[in-house]
Design a protein around this ligand. Structure first.
Ligand code: FAD
Length: 501
């Protein structure tokens, strides 16, 4: 039935009516939704959208693609890419959200794990794990409306990653359907070639249908702290010292962001720092010699109700050289802390910036270049802010297995710089072309200054750019593609390979 349907559909212009299809997954009538993403800059109408419910449905879709010379298959998580990575022009989009099963299991070593469908949102996993089992994954993203399969195809980074590694370092097992329509259960011990290829693999080697995520006891509470620095060098010295602390003496969550040294910018100025609505940012405490940007170190300490947390926090903050008086703190349940970005989402939906274009830029840059980057990019090109968060915080390469597909700078300590633009749509906000030009200017400076950097959530258009991105690992990436998806059917929106016959 599906083949007959697709034969008919591919003779029609994309976007015309869709009939429901019974076997092996329901057809989604909303082709329009699958033609765009959160970035709002790239659009491409697929021929068809399917909602697989099982690995067999994915196998069927891939086999179907073999029958047509040009047909590609893009698994779509929650469509939160920003440059068309989850689109399939005239191809099949697999809306993975129906793969939403969650089950508590014991892993091979006896550890409790969550076996989850790839379409589960991290927020759903958090709620289920904590409410039903008192258990939680170790590593998160800031925003939880992302799918397990989507972030495992990239990395999944937040303030836990310095210690626990990114989400791709916290997976015990995957089920993957390759471009050869082979359904494989893989792990570090079994079919490890496919396991590591798929992690950070940009959807190129297979469709992740299920992931086994190790769980830990969820702490009851989190002490959430923000402190402010006028100097990037002082901020960087403190935050790099903190991420190197042994676990028993350290914080559980460490991030940081740059913000504009002004009071008239609600989104990314002084007002963006206090956590509680009742706290006030006193600009009189900022040294008069400070530059256009200030820096906020953000910390979280997991703890129990009666464990002397005030004294511990005081001792842990004492060696830090932040501006005294500019510290902000609150206490939240673990679930509320991890869901903290929900408030920002509601505000962005209310002011129109959630649905505006998001030309975001995410860079991983070596710690040895980050002070220069601060001076010649942050304090220069971005001195007026970007209308949203400018995250800048360190990660440790030793927490990332080099067998995974993701490309990283060469040094042990590198920083995530995430420019998360939340502008209102033009003409209330700036034209998107200006923001994209600013991104290009930043990348030009990174290259001309010779920084050791990689794009996170990369988007390139030519093979030469991709080869440069992966560097010495490009040959491995190409070899993995030839082994697992030789027809180049999967995730065409990444623009890495061209569909082969
Ligand atoms: P999609 O955008 O739908 O897909 C991403 C890519 O993965 C596509 O190429 C797609 O084909 C492929 N893919 C999707 N599912 C599968 C699957 N099951 N198997 C194989 N390939 C698949 N990232 C962080 O690391 N940390 C953050 O804190 C963070 N916060 C964010 C906040 C917001 C508001 C947004 C919009 C994004 C954020 N991201 C963050 C980026 C996010 O990790 C990526 O957008 C990621 O792609 C996950 O989104 P998604 O599940 O919607 O996947």
């Amino acid at each position: 039935m599906m083949i007959a349907y697709l034969d008919q559909r591919l003779r029609l212009a994309p976007g015309t009516d869709v009939d429901p299809c019974g076997d092996g997954g329901e057809l989604d009538p909303d082709l329009e939704a699958a033609s765009k993403d959160f970035g709002g800059v790239t659009r491409a109408l697929p021929a068809v959208v399917r909602r697989p419910c099982s690995g067999d449905d994915v196998v069927e879709a891939i086999r179907l693609a073999w029958r047509y010379d040009h047909l590609t298959v893009a698994p779509r998580g929650n469509g939160h890419s920003v440059a068309g990575q989850a689109l399939a022009p005239d191809g099949i989009v697999l809306n993975m959200r129906a793969m939403s099963r969650m089950e508590l299991v014991r892993g091979d070593g006896g550890q409790l794990c969550a076996d989850v469908g790839a379409g589960v949102l991290w927020g759903e996993l958090l709620e289920w794990g904590v409410a039903e089992h008192g258990l939680s994954p170790a590593s998160w993203t800031d925003y939880l409306g992302l799918t397990v399969g989507g972030t495992l195809s990239n990395a999944g980074i937040s303030g836990q990653a310095f210690r626990k590694g990114p989400q791709i370092s916290n997976v015990a097992e995957l089920e993957v359907v390759t471009g050869e329509a082979e359904r494989v259960v893989c792990s570090p011990e079994r079919r490890s070639d496919l396991f590591y290829a798929a992690l950070g693999g940009l959807g190129q080697f297979g469709v992740i249908t299920r992931a086994r995520i190790p769980l830990l006891p969820a702490p009851p509470l989190v002490r959430w702290i923000r402190v402010v620095y006028a100097s990037f060098e002082v901020y960087a010295a403190d935050v790099e010292w903190l991420v190197a602390r042994p676990e028993r003496e350290g914080f559980n969550y460490i991030e940081g962001f740059a913000f504009v040294n002004r009071g008239d910018d609600q989104a990314s100025g002084w007002e963006s720092v206090p956590i509680e609505p009742s706290s006030v940012f006193d600009p009189g405490l900022v040294p008069p010699s400070s530059g256009p940007l200030l820096y906020c170190l953000e910390l979280g300490l997991y703890h129990d109700v009666h464990d002397g947390v005030d004294k511990r926090v005081e001792e842990m903050l004492r060696p830090l050289k932040y501006i005294r008086g500019l510290e902000f703190t609150t206490e939240l349940s673990y679930v509320d802390f991890l869901s903290r970005v929900n408030l920002a989402e509601s505000a962005a939906r209310a002011n129109g910036s959630w649905h505006a274009p998001h030309p975001w830029l995410n860079i991983l840059i070596s710690a040895s270049d980050v002070v220069h980057f601060d001076r010649h990019v942050l304090q220069s090109v971005l001195k007026d802010g970007i209308g949203g968060p400018m995250l800048v915080y360190p990660l440790l390469r030793s927490k990332w297995d080099p067998q995974m597909s993701v490309a990283l700078p060469d040094t042990e300590v590198f920083y995530l710089v995430a420019l998360l633009r939340f502008n209102r749509p033009y003409p209330a906000g700036p034209p998107v072309e200006n923001l994209m030009a600013q991104n290009r200017e930043i990348l030009t400076r990174c290259k001309s200054n010779g920084y050791d950097f990689k794009l996170y959530l990369p988007h390139y258009k030519t093979e030469a750019e991709w080869a440069h991105h992966f560097g010495k690992d490009w040959a491995r990436f190409v070899e993995r593609k030839a082994r697992f998806d030789p027809r180049a059917i999967l995730s065409p929106g990444q623009l890495i390979f061209t569909r082969a016959h």
